[in-house]
Design a protein around this ligand. Structure first.
Ligand code: GLC
Length: 740
């Protein structure tokens, strides 16, 4: 009897205790914060060790991170997964590989990117992901940054608006996003310890501006603070960046998670405004408790971070009781990926050879048979398949030269194996760059006799933790040049055409060879449906409408700041970023610190202002049709600039036109301003021949201000502002203006 009474008493007590604990709702967060112990709070702020302790096997392999659950308060663990181009899990859990960031930005189509975001959001619900770790949106300061493929543009408006479209698409499904990597994480070399030294004007007008626009236009649930130093302070520990700018100036009230490191000062991180310390390790939890003990961390800072974590949790699918199906609609999402991919590929040259179909095609280049669907690192996706160019062209009606196909396919599988086993090429999550196959002229001559047209695909892959190298990556390699020259000589002699396809992770050198082929299609890293999307454009099933989101310079060294980047630093380890220069005696410049000497003159801002020739300008891209522009309308209304312009398809096939609105600002007190800057853009729907469409664009007057470093304030000059409308920055199709 005694035992029974004791059991009842215990049960009653535990019910009493449990019922005294508040269960988390959207409206009682302060109460839960008050009820939690400091140990529980410290656990909540640090990511759990996925495969350790009681959490082993609880999360899908490949999950990026998760938070600590507290059943007694009804606080679920929330799940964070990479990345910006789809969910990265494992071979066992295949998901859709969508086109990469550069391609999305090249579409200049916010609607397309929103749709892509919706599909990713749907797959997140299916796979149990509460926050997708994207968009990756650092500015393309330099063509050789290893993660450029994940990012969007050299311009903050194009970058910020495309990022916002992605965020709005994903979050429309009730799934969170993480705008990353905040901020000035513009190289991968020594990324955890490199100091980005940037003027405040360049920061505010470019590197922060992209995030500011994204936050203003989409309100991402989270922002991910980057690894690097910024002007001598780790971004993850920067109260100026994470609280004064991000929250106080911009009015954003989401959660900041850190990028995946434990090597920072924990109390300084939390005080700065880093709320969730990812990936997370027990030493950080212990450090929080010690810091509370010794006073280096205040209870108010701790509770503010806990509050923000709970405010995030109550928005998530996990809190809403989402039941992951683990079976995403891969078929529907493949179609979305294919449509998106053809929207963002850029036709750089076409002397009339395209579109073409239904003939005998010889496909040269290893990447015609082994497409690079995406880049390496966090943005890698294990997709169910990759649509290869050779297969897609065959399905689209070409007859593919079988001998060449056999040769290249066997080479592709051989070289993959060889790189791994004999050359021990170690890549952080992904695939190594495959050297081109040497084929002699006689084979090309024999193949030419049985083919009507030649295609050559050049590929470039890059990824996290390593930057691209100028000599071996930006430039065409000897074998690639020889292949291009031989194929063009032989096919042109026979009166036949040659098309080059660029399956690339970022800009390469093009000026020295672009006159050789008859057409050049930049396909970027186009996702799992890349081959089919390329075939859709080559055959004319789709009309190319992509426009470059960055400049292709004549020479890498033409750009300002090109020497202020580790363009020749050959890292012999996959994750060079953890190398400490002082330990390795490495040259400190561009490794331990990088001076952004070019200031605001990044990309077209430099080339246009200096009137320097480029190989392909920002905004450049061809179509199979042509367009005319009406006289634009521009007016000032309620603190915004509002513009409209009517675009007409004057060609013989339907197509879409992306239009940029560029401003040449009145000089005002500034001695230097860029020649012109993109302030808005829009893209028409598909227009039939003869059809017109009026595009409307607008942006706040505040976007016309320049940042005065010395006076630490924004200034907007009085005077005449010139407005240009057009696809590419060098060739405006229409002009207007207004006075402030
Ligand atoms: C990585 C990346 C970041 C990614 C995170 C989780 O180091 O920098 O983009 O989301 O860790 O994998």
């Amino acid at each position: 009897m005694k035992k029974f009474l004791l059991l009842c008493a215990t049960l009653l007590l535990s019910v009493a205790v449990a019922s005294s604990q508040p269960l988390l709702t959207r409206d009682n967060i302060p109460e839960v914060v008050k009820a939690m112990t400091i140990q529980e709070k410290a656990l909540l702020l640090v990511g759990i060790q996925m495969n350790k302790g009681g959490f082993a096997g609880k999360y899908l392999e490949g999950t990026g991170g998760a938070t600590y659950p507290f059943e007694k308060y009804g606080i679920p663990s929330i799940v964070l997964m990479d990345g910006p181009v789809g969910i990265r899990l494992s071979e066992q859990n295949r998901t859709t590989c969508f086109p990469t960031g550069l391609l999305s930005a090249s579409s200049w189509d916010k609607n397309m990117v929103y749709t892509l975001g919706e599909a990713i959001g749907e797959e997140c619900l299916d796979m149990g992901c509460d926050v997708i770790l994207g968009p990756g949106m650092n500015l393309l300061r330099n063509p050789l940054n290893g993660r450029n493929f994940e990012y969007f543009s050299e311009d903050p408006v194009l970058c910020g608006q495309i990022a916002a479209a992605f965020v709005n698409g994903v979050q429309s499904k009730g799934v969170g996003t993480s705008a990353k990597h905040f901020a000035a994480n513009n190289q991968e070399t020594n990324r955890l310890d490199c100091d980005s030294r940037v003027s405040e004007r360049a920061l505010r007008e470019l590197y922060l501006k992209a995030f500011e626009i994204c936050i203003r236009e989409s309100d991402p649930w989270t922002v991910m603070s980057s690894y690097n130093y910024l002007n001598g302070e780790y971004t993850q520990e920067s109260h100026w960046l994470l609280t004064e700018v991000l929250r106080h100036e911009w009015g954003w009230n989401g959660l900041v998670m850190t990028d995946w490191t434990g090597r920072r000062n924990t109390p300084r991180q939390i005080h700065a405004g880093s709320d969730l310390l990812m990936g997370g390790n027990p030493s950080q939890t212990a450090h929080i408790l010690e810091s509370l003990e010794n006073g280096s961390l205040s209870m108010s800072d701790l509770d503010l971070a806990v509050t923000r974590v709970l405010e995030l949790i109550v928005k998530t699918p996990a809190f809403r009781g989402n039941k992951p199906s683990l079976s995403p609609d891969l078929k529907a999402h493949a179609q979305t990926a294919r449509d998106a991919a053809s929207e963002g590929m850029v036709l750089l040259k076409n002397n009339g050879v395209l579109p073409v179909s239904g003939c005998r095609a010889a496909l040269y280049g290893v990447y015609s048979y082994d497409l690079i669907q995406g880049g390496n690192g966090a943005a890698l996706v294990y997709s169910p398949y990759v649509s290869q160019i050779n297969d897609a062209f065959a399905s689209a009606g070409f007859s593919i030269d079988a001998k060449l196909e056999k040769l290249y396919k066997s080479y592709a599988s051989f070289i993959s194996e060889d790189l791994l086993t004999n050359h021990k090429v170690n890549v952080h999550l992904g695939n190594a760059q495959k050297p081109e196959l040497d084929i002699d002229k006689s084979l090309i001559e024999n193949t030419e006799k049985n083919s009507d047209i030649a295609f050559i695909t050049f590929g470039r892959v890059s990824g996290e933790a390593r930057d691209r190298i100028h000599d071996t990556d930006f430039l065409l390699q000897q074998k690639e040049k020889a292949l291009l020259e031989n194929v063009c000589n032989i096919y042109h002699k026979a009166g036949k055409k040659v098309v080059v396809i660029l399956n690339i992770c970022g800009p390469i050198e093009t000026a020295s060879w672009k006159d050789l082929p008859d057409a050049i299609l930049c396909a970027w890293l186009p996702g799992e449906e890349g081959g089919n999307a390329i075939a859709d454009l080559v055959t004319g099933k789709k009309n190319p409408s992509g426009r470059l989101p960055m400049t292709f310079p004549v020479s890498y060294f033409d750009a300002a700041g090109s020497e202020d980047f580790p363009y020749d630093f050959v890292s012999n380890k996959a994750n060079e970023s953890v190398v400490h220069p002082e330990r390795r005696g490495l040259p400190l410049k561009n490794i331990a610190f990088t001076d952004y000497t070019e200031g605001i003159y990044v990309g077209y801002r430099y080339f246009c202002t200096q009137n320097k020739p480029v190989s392909f300008p920002f905004g450049y891209g061809l179509s199979y049709t042509s367009f005319s522009y009406s006289k634009p309308m521009v007016k000032l209304k309620k603190g915004r600039v509002e513009a409209s312009i009517c675009v007409t398809n004057t060609g013989s096939v339907s197509g879409k036109e992306a239009v940029g609105l560029y401003i040449k600002a009145a000089p005002g007190s500034f001695s230097d301003k860029p020649d012109k800057e993109l302030k808005a853009f829009a893209k028409t729907p598909e227009l039939a021949p003869g059809q017109s469409y009026t595009l409307t664009m607008s942006f706040p007057l505040s976007d016309l201000s320049s940042y005065n470093d010395t006076k630490a304030r924004w200034e907007r000059a009085k005077g005449r502002y010139r407005v240009y409308f057009g696809a590419d920055v060098l060739n405006p199709e229409a002009e207007s203006g207004f006075n402030l």
